[in-house]
Design a binder for this molecule. Structure first.
Ligand code: GDP
Length: 216
């Protein structure tokens, strides 16, 4: 059964006045368009269709607030880094994100979703800087781990850990194969319960399915 059986969509916000009341605890989820953010949210909450997955990258430009439990929220930030998004749209995205990071006192941590095959792209680094400016913990989901074999997935995790040092925790994840679900739920649960995530070196956990489902 889901840890959050009563998860529900609260509202979409296009500007600061539409954000839900800034009380309680919330965790934001960010990522490049098409990185697998919506699929990750749905897998973590075990609610298919909660966050809308899309074949059209860049389609979502709103902040979506979900209630996991009373006073505990998951906040789906609009995807970034999609080249075809016009200038005005990008400016709006920037203003909305700045309004969010500049104001939310209930923000307890940021989960950044990156395709395990293309981590740490320019906009990802900018997002990590926004989160670190807020001094909230960052956890990275390297998604679509099923696209790589175990060795390659472990190498990607190690690479991102090396690059970021103690600035973030990192794990392999696959919404499709269910890889890393418990670890991701653990981080979310700790942050939302007000307990800090453990710091220091992470122990290696096995990553990826036994057999890669895509080309390696
Ligand atoms: P978003 O734009 O970041 O919210 O990404 P979506 O969750 O909509 O996913 C974008 C595309 O990647 C969709 O075609 C998904 O089916 C696919 N995808 C998402 N997660 C996974 C995963 O874990 N494994 C694989 N192989 N594909 C995935």
């Amino acid at each position: 059964m889901s840890e959050y059986p009563n998860v529900r969509f609260i509202t979409s916000a296009n500007r600061r006045e539409q954000f839900v009341q800034d009380a309680g605890d919330e965790v934001a989820v960010a990522g490049r368009s098409n990185a697998g953010k919506s699929s990750a949210i749905n897998a973590i909450t075990q609610r298919r269709g909660l966050a809308k997955t899309s074949k059209r990258p860049g389609a979502t430009r709103l902040i979506n607030f979900f209630e996991l439990q009373p006073g505990r929220r998951l906040v789906d930030l609009p995807g970034y880094g999609y080249a075809a998004v016009a200038g005005e749209m990008r400016r709006h995205w920037g203003q909305l994100i700045d309004a969010y990071f500049g104001s939310r006192r209930s923000l307890r941590g940021v989960i950044v979703v990156m395709d395990i095959r293309h981590p740490l792209m320019e906009h990802d680094v900018a997002m990590l800087e926004l989160a670190s400016a807020r001094a909230v913990p960052v956890h990275i989901l390297l998604t679509k781990a099923d696209k790589l074999g175990r060795g390659a997935a472990s190498a990607a995790v190690a690479h991102v850990r090396r690059e970021l040092g103690p600035g973030a925790t990192v794990q392999a994840f696959s919404a499709m194969a269910g890889t890393g679900l418990a670890e991701a739920r653990g981080v979310l649960g700790r942050w939302l319960s007000g307990r800090l995530a453990p710091t220091g070196p992470q122990k290696e956990t096995p990553v990826g399915p036994a057999e890669p489902t895509g080309e390696d």
